[in-house]
Design a protein around this ligand. Structure first.
Ligand SMILES: Cc1ncc(C[n+]2csc(CCOP(=O)(O)OP(=O)(O)O)c2C)c(N)n1
Ligand SMILES: [Mg+2]
Length: 398
């Protein structure tokens, strides 16, 4: 089964397509001479969903969930933990304990679904708000907290967790991922790569170069685009005149839009794309259609640029509520289980808080140690000079 490459709709209901278009700011695209005030009409879009807004299973002609209810409960647990960590991260920043926090609120299903869709030997190149994916990959949350407190520049075991370091240079990791995927290809390894980036990143040259390079080399990489509708204060209409997943067709590989707030659909679509990449089928662009429910970072105030109606619209599409409803309907989740999950999440948040407050000040001369695998002689000399310089202040202040 091959996903549609361009505009073959899997949502045939025109009003649903129009609504999606409206929310993507695409319905009101002016005609090419720029004079028409009226919308040119809905662009046919497709989006894979496997759970409706109330948490009922829906069928799709090409995709079905391979997850058991127990596995869906495990994914739900990851969603709950991600949300709790996000709240704690935001609170800690507000209390002056972190330099910054980039919330993943609203994007949990996209991230957890992707993590559950990849294989044990596959490798993820994250961007900077992949906290839900980090937890689902088994990373201790303190790895993230140290980073956002500024006591660490990212030091987790990327090989053990199959999860690279966060990249803050928008889009740069897509090129790293394609290079890594081409290495895998040459090694003949039974692995594939998933790389995360945002809607804003699609305007970067790096990302378009990565698309092209992956396509001509048939690299085993899945481009996992979380379209959260905004690039800081820049809406989608300023990024693209077409739905983002349709861009893949121009590079010569399949693109597919999945409901990013539906953990089952994301898992199924990512799993299929990763399987195809591993089998030599080349790259896929998966656009997870979602919403950043919080601020871009704790330095941002979305009320300055974002209509509150958007928040209400997406609030009704909360990624946790739908799967909770589904699991309760199946009898897999009851009040006791939910209370247990909530208690586990609170315990994790309490531990994170305690450990964050106790983090030691870093030795800043460590900066020299992790740039290259082995310190070159010049770095050893410079590090010694820096230590001596710092020590001179201690002597002066005595
Ligand atoms: C190369 C580069 N240009 C600009 C920035 C500043 N910047 C940080 S995040 C961001 C917006 C990215 O938006 P998007 O790709 O949609 O990701 P999101 O933050 O929504 O997850 C920008 C412009 C940067 N970090 N790197
Ligand atoms: Mg974005």
């Amino acid at each position: 089964m091959t996903p549609s490459t361009a505009s073959s709709p899997t949502i045939t209901d025109e009003s649903a397509a129009a609504e999606v278009n409206r929310r993507t700011h695409l319905a009101a695209a002016p005609d090419p001479d720029g004079e028409a005030e009226e919308p040119v009409g809905p662009i046919a879009v497709s989006m894979v969903s496997l759970l409706d807004l109330d948490g009922n299973r829906v069928t799709h002609p090409d995709y079905e969930s391979a997850l058991s209810d127990e596995q869906i409960l495990a994914a739900y647990r990851d969603l709950v933990m991600a949300r709790r960590l996000d709240i704690e991260g935001t609170n800690l920043q507000r209390q002056g304990q972190l330099a910054l926090w980039a919330p993943c609120l609203g994007q949990e299903a996209a991230q957890v679904g992707a993590s559950h869709g990849i294989g044990d030997h596959d490798f993820v190149f994250p961007s900077y708000r992949e906290h839900g994916m980090a937890l689902a990959q088994g990373l201790d949350p303190m790895n993230l907290l140290r980073l956002f407190r500024g006591t660490d520049h990212g030091s987790w075991d990327t090989a053990a967790h199959r999860f690279g370091l966060y990249t803050l240079v928008v889009g740069a990791q897509t090129l790293h991922a394609v290079g890594y995927a081409m290495g895998i290809q040459r090694d003949g390894a039974d692995e594939a790569v998933l790389v995360c980036f945002g809607d804003g990143a699609t305007s970067q040259g790096d990302v378009n170069e990565a698309f092209n390079f992956a396509a001509v080399n048939n690299a085993p990489v899945v481009f996992f685009l979380q379209n959260n509708q905004w690039a800081i204060s820049e809406p989608n209409i300023r990024q693209s005149a077409v739905p983002l997943y349709q861009r893949a067709a121009g590079f010569g590989f399949p693109g597919i839009r999945v409901d990013g707030n539906d953990v089952l659909a994301v898992q199924a679509v990512v799993a299929e794309a990763m399987d195809r990449a591993r089998a030599g089928g080349g790259p896929t662009l998966v656009e997870a259609f979602t919403f950043r429910m919080g601020a871009h970072t704790t330095s941002d105030d979305p009320k300055r640029y974002r209509p509150s109606a958007d928040e209400e619209y997406w609030g009704a599409r909360d990624p946790l509520q739908r799967v909770e409803n589904y699991l309760r309907g199946q009898g897999v989740l009851d009040d006791d289980t939910a209370a247990g999950l909530s208690a586990d999440a609170d315990a994790m948040a309490a531990r994170v808080r305690t450990e964050t407050l106790a983090l030691p000040e870093p030795d800043f001369t460590e900066l020299y140690q992790h740039v290259l695998a082995e310190m070159p002689p010049t770095a050893i000399v410079e590090q010694a000079q820096m230590r001596a310089y710092a020590a001179s202040f201690e002597q002066t202040s005595q």
